[in-house]
Design a protein around this ligand. Structure first.
Ligand code: WT7
Length: 632
């Protein structure tokens, strides 16, 4: 691809200005670098009040032709995916673009043979094995809409997601390896599907060779079904605005939001931002440690890198097994050039002895990246100094499931680095910092809430089945602008720094969760009457989950009940949502209108009880003293 790389800060500024003054020309120029079946007739139509956004109107394409077919003449035998298994004693795989093409076509034909057509929704619940990438691309090839559910989610979370999307088919495995553990994915699917009437078929790939139950008439083995299909599959012609996938993210209310991403804009944007922010050069080995269950995996393990013809590494394992040196072992083994991970991983690896880093040669690494939550300065320096030898830029990418791709980020080797700052908006991105009254703060040296003024090609188009909620959540706070839910500072030099969520979303180990979702899981316990969840600062996870719980009767065995509540939350949502601290209380600080004053709960959870602010509007100010004295 001959997308123009930005090589100096001056050029960045010029391109940035151009992209703001002429957004349509700017994005049309980028889009020219892709293979379209039919060119668009108009670049953009939008109205943030409705809200409605269309990019590359009338354009026809298939994203997999851009990720696969297009590369075959020049790089059929170049590696597309390097796969590193959970167990370092097992062999890794190098999958070339030609092989990837054939695998994807076969899975696509297997799906077709099960009656899956354009527009059907397919749930993918799989570990980080090459088949998960084949599955996503196979859906895209035939125009089916994938909904990947992170394999760490439990049956309850699966039920919500499968039913909301009305999935017809599920792709899964017999089990998943996670360090020294085996997770029974298939039995979690079995439990979920009892409550998912739309699912007709389950295709099960073998990974752990665990004993699983196969339901006759519903479940089929992937290996058997794929045996007799062709390895060529003509791609379905998709409109630029046809659905590519749905991906669920947590909301302020309990119900997850199915963010809808479409084919054309998403492809153009993820490819462009991947190449630009990381300054990816042909032949480099790129490794993003995320899971494909999150947007990072969608955009920057699968679609962005593959559409750019890159070599993308997929890792099945965890950073801590067999020991805390695993990441660095993998980086040395595959001579990784660009390494992209989350602050929570950096903080946990930082706690391990440096010998785990020093025993590996990490000189191949040229660029480092981080994503998922604000990175603290200490972690930033540790990463920069010990992994990046004090030389590699740290690309701190701020973005969201909703944005589809990077929004505010340094450009490697171009942007001056400022620790813990996402720095500047990428070309085409127009941020606005808003004050409490909804006025835009135009100067530098300001702090407020972050909004985006103008559409970008990869933005989510709606919430699946609930456009009103899309409007209410993102376009009502600041009419005419997209509201991110994040707080933000812009310093005197114009560097942006994301300060964290300003709504009821918390980010635990880089995973986005709604406090309401955790509360309703806790409330399922028969002893629990009501609960309130807030975040508190946590050394490694960034934020920990602090739950205040009211029981019908004062609990006799608090520890036992805590354990039960934790297990219940793990069962309903997934282990990532387990409360770290549970404080039993007899009441919650509520206003006269019945609203919980979370500000107070947050302060207590943070261990700062000196100044709780105004508590006079509380219905019963006495509960505050009780909460303070019982703080954990
Ligand atoms: C929220 C979005 C984007 C992929 C992973 C998370 C926080 C993300 C950064 C960063 C500070 C960040 C924000 C955002 N966030 N990246 N570099 N610096 N905060 O996607 O689950 O949709 O979460 O993650 O709060 O709103 P997500």
């Amino acid at each position: 691809m001959n997308m123009k790389l930005i090589t100096s800060f001056d050029e960045y500024q010029k391109q940035y200005e151009f992209s703001v003054d002429n957004p349509e020309t700017f994005w049309a120029d980028v889009a020219e670098n892709f293979q379209w079946r039919k060119k668009w007739s108009r670049v953009l139509e939008w109205d943030f009040h409705k809200p409605e956004v269309h990019w590359f109107i009338g354009g026809k394409l298939n994203i997999t032709e851009n990720c696969l077919d297009r590369h075959l003449p020049a790089r059929a035998n170049q590696t597309a995916i390097i796969w590193e298994p959970n167990n370092p004693a097992d062999a890794s795989q190098h999958i070339t673009y030609q092989q990837l093409f054939n695998h994807v076509c076969r899975v696509a034909n297997m799906l077709k043979a099960q009656g899956i057509k354009k527009g059907d929704r397919v749930c993918i619940y799989m570990p980080m094995i090459p088949e998960v990438a084949y599955a996503m691309l196979a859906c895209a090839r035939i125009g089916a809409v994938h909904s990947v559910v992170f394999a760490g989610f439990s049956a309850g979370s699966l039920i919500d997601r499968i039913n909301d999307a009305g999935c017809k088919l599920v792709l899964t495995t017999d089990g998943a390896y996670r360090g020294d553990k085996i997770i029974d994915l298939k039995s979690i699917i079995d439990e979920a599907l009892e409550k998912c009437p739309t699912v007709e078929r389950v295709l099960v790939a073998k990974r752990t060779h665990s004993k699983v139950k196969m339901k006759p008439g519903r479940d089929l083995w992937w290996e058997e079904e794929i045996r007799n299909v062709s390895d060529v599959c003509v791609a379905e012609e998709m409109d630029a605005e046809d659905l590519l996938f749905i991906l669920y993210t947590s909301g302020s209310t309990g119900k997850p939001k199915g963010m809808v991403h479409t084919c054309g804009g998403y492809m153009v944007y993820t490819s462009y931002t991947f190449k630009t922010a990381f300054q990816y050069q042909d032949g480099q080995v790129y490794w993003c440690t995320a899971d494909v269950g999150w947007i990072t995996g969608h955009s920057y393990i699968v679609y962005g890198p593959l559409s750019a013809g890159a070599i993308t590494l997929m890792f099945e394992g965890v950073p801590s097994w067999p020991d805390m040196g695993r990441f660095w072992h993998v980086a040395e083994k595959h001579r990784v050039n660009i390494f992209y991970t989350a602050p929570t991983a950096i903080r946990s690896l930082e706690k391990a002895p440096l010998s785990f880093v020093r025993q590996y040669d990490l000189h191949s690494i040229k660029v480092l990246g981080t994503v998922g939550e604000p990175i603290n300065e200490e972690a930033w320096h540790w990463y920069h100094d010990n992994i990046g030898r004090g030389e590699c830029p740290v690309v701190d990418t701020w973005w969201q499931t909703e944005t589809g791709g990077f929004m505010i980020s340094p450009i490697a080797h171009v942007t001056k680095l400022k620790p813990a700052h996402a720095s500047f908006p990428l070309p085409g991105v127009q941020p606005a910092i808003m004050d409490e009254n909804g006025n835009e703060l135009l100067a530098n040296g300001v702090e407020g809430r972050l909004a985006i003024r103008f559409p970008w090609p990869a933005m989510a188009r709606t919430i699946y089945g609930d456009h009103q909620r899309f409007k209410d959540t993102y376009f009502s706070t600041f009419p005419g602008k997209y509201f991110t839910g994040d707080g933000c500072k812009r310093d005197e030099e114009g560097f942006y720094r994301i300060t964290g969520r300003v709504d009821d979303i918390i980010i635990v180990s880089g995973h986005n969760m709604g406090t309401a979702e955790i509360e309703s899981a806790i409330d399922e316990h028969s002893a629990v009457c009501e609960s309130a969840v807030v975040a508190y600062p946590h050394d490694i996870k960034g934020q920990g989950v602090y739950a205040y719980v009211i029981c019908y009767d004062k609990p006799h065995e608090e520890e036992k009940l805590r354990k039960e509540i934790r297990e219940l939350v793990a069962k309903i949502i997934g282990p990532i949502a387990k409360p770290d601290k549970i404080q039993f209380v007899s009441g919650l600080p509520k206003t006269r209108s019945g609203k919980i004053m979370r500000r107070i709960l947050r302060k207590v959870a943070e261990g700062d009880t000196s100044n709780l602010g105004d508590v006079t509007t509380l219905l019963d100010p006495a509960v505050v003293d009780e909460i303070k004295s019982g703080a954990l």
